[in-house]
Ligand binder design. Structure first.
Ligand SMILES: [Zn+2]
Length: 462
């Protein structure tokens, strides 16, 4: 009798362990997202899921960090007591487990929909191919107002994306009257950092301009370039910084050029950055496997990329274009096993629109469009990357009230510049577009507020 009892116990133990193992394998397959999101909605998936074990659902659910069971199931992946619990917990499993290893956030500063039309007509003609970001599968739009103004500036708009709250124009991820630190209100870049991810800021403005500053620093005023750069290097420790120079301090910030040089020296000698200031040096840094790079290619902002519209203007040989900086950033950041958060900004579309400079805004929009194509190509190189990378192209605000007033009664050809009209020399308050693809993008294809983008990113980041 005792023999049968021992055999029964043994059998029960084998069955229990088998259940747990099958649960574990299934849950790993799901939680690691080896399969495309469409698979989770399929009949085959649901049949398989329920047929392997009635406990799979609970087990996989318990592996999701958003459940209270997670610490236990992570610690005891095989021998957890999950097989005692029925499978009623299978609720929106794919939503809980689909996570983004990489987030690439791309901003064409000040670009409105009319900029897209003008650039597309110039490049491809009226019936030509869409621009790169227009081919992204999910399209939504967002409100852009700030905490104190119907019309936002870039600081408040980028801070809303970075922290998920409304800010006063000029504030950089910092409420002047209250919360103002990475501990109180971490940005999405800082959150990525705490998850072990590499981080990068790539811009065509000074590296301390409002948009990158909102992701990598906290400060009451966007005018203090040196303090913003100090925070990038000494506090946030952004791994990759590529752009113009440190930028200019505007009163009351008064650090001298010597202070700026001292900061660059400190970045190299104390904080482990490789400093580069030419295109060749960036390439050399990539080849030698450098991971922390401070790339400042001009004194202030980078050279405008007008050459696509005005070929006679040219572009400096020593300076990487936005496309080249973006490619370099992907080469460097993809080496990080835990993934990365990368911000890429086409900063000067805004400036061209402020100046009602049609050739300038088309040139800058096409430069940005090319940089997005580089990112799309990188993502498409691997199905795994495609499943693990959230790409967002989001516009912070429209600038200039730019409109296309003609030609009327005449068909534009590729290479033509449209007839422009303007309502403002400053930003305008109209809602702006969001294009996206990858995990989490299903939440971005509707009417949103700019603060919602933070919520989507923070919920989906792995
Ligand atoms: Zn502006």
């Amino acid at each position: 009798m005792k023999k049968y009892f021992t055999a029964s116990i043994f059998l029960v133990a084998i069955v229990a362990v088998s259940f747990s193992l099958s649960n574990h394998v299934m849950a790993q397959i799901i939680s690691n997202r080896y399969l495309t999101p469409y698979f989770y909605d399929s009949f085959f998936y649901h049949s398989l899921y329920y047929s392997i074990s009635p406990f799979n659902a609970y087990y996989a659910f318990s592996l999701s960090p958003s459940t209270p069971f997670y610490p236990f199931s992570e610690k005891y992946p095989i021998f957890g007591c999950n097989f005692l619990i029925p499978s009623f917990t299978f609720i929106h499993l794919n939503q809980n487990l689909q996570k983004a290893k990489n987030i690439i956030f791309m901003v064409p500063d000040g670009m409105g929909l009319a900029n897209v039309t003008a650039a597309r007509i110039f490049k491809n003609g009226l019936n030509g191919e869409p621009l790169s970001f227009e081919r992204l599968p999910v399209i939504g739009y967002q409100r852009t107002h700030s905490a104190n103004s119907t019309v936002t500036d870039s600081a408040a708009a980028a801070s809303a994306w970075a922290c998920g709250e409304k800010f006063i124009n000029g504030e950089i991820s910092c409420h002047s009257g209250g919360e103002c630190s990475s501990e109180q209100m971490p940005t999405i870049l800082e959150i990525a950092k705490t998850r072990g991810k590499a981080t990068g800021l790539v811009v065509t403005s000074a590296i301390t301009d409002a948009t990158p500053a909102a992701f990598g620093s906290h400060i009451k005023s966007r005018s203090c370039a040196t303090e913003i750069a100090r925070q990038y290097i000494e506090e946030t420790e952004v791994d990759l910084l590529l752009g113009g120079g440190i930028g200019l301090n505007i009163a009351p910030c008064t650090m001298s050029p010597q202070d700026i040089q001292a900061l660059i020296d400190k970045a190299q000698n104390i904080h482990g950055y490789t400093y580069v200031d030419t295109k060749a040096e960036v390439q050399a840094a990539i080849i030698t496997g450098k991971k922390k790079i401070l790339g400042l290619f001009t004194e202030n902002y980078k050279s405008p990329e007008r050459y696509r519209v005005e070929p006679w203007v040219g572009y400096p040989d020593t300076e990487p274009t936005l496309t080249e900086m973006t490619g370099a950033a992907l080469d460097i950041l993809e080496e990080e096993n835990n993934g990365f958060f990368l911000l890429v900004e086409g900063s000067q579309i805004d400036w061209a629109n402020h100046g009602h400079d049609v050739n300038g805004q088309i040139g800058e929009t096409l430069a940005f469009e090319e940089a997005v194509q580089v990112v799309i190509n990188w993502i498409n190189e691997s199905p795994l990357r495609k499943d693990q990378t959230l790409l967002i192209v989001a516009l912070d605000h429209e600038t200039g009230g730019f409109a296309i007033n003609g030609p009327y009664g005449e068909v534009s050809q590729a290479g033509d510049i449209i007839q422009d009209g303007w309502t403002s020399s400053d930003h305008t308050a109209c809602d702006t577009l969001i294009w996206s693809q990858g995990p989490g993008s299903d939440k971005l294809g509707k009417a949103l507020d700019n603060t919602d983008l933070f919520t989507v990113m923070v919920n989906i980041i792995q």
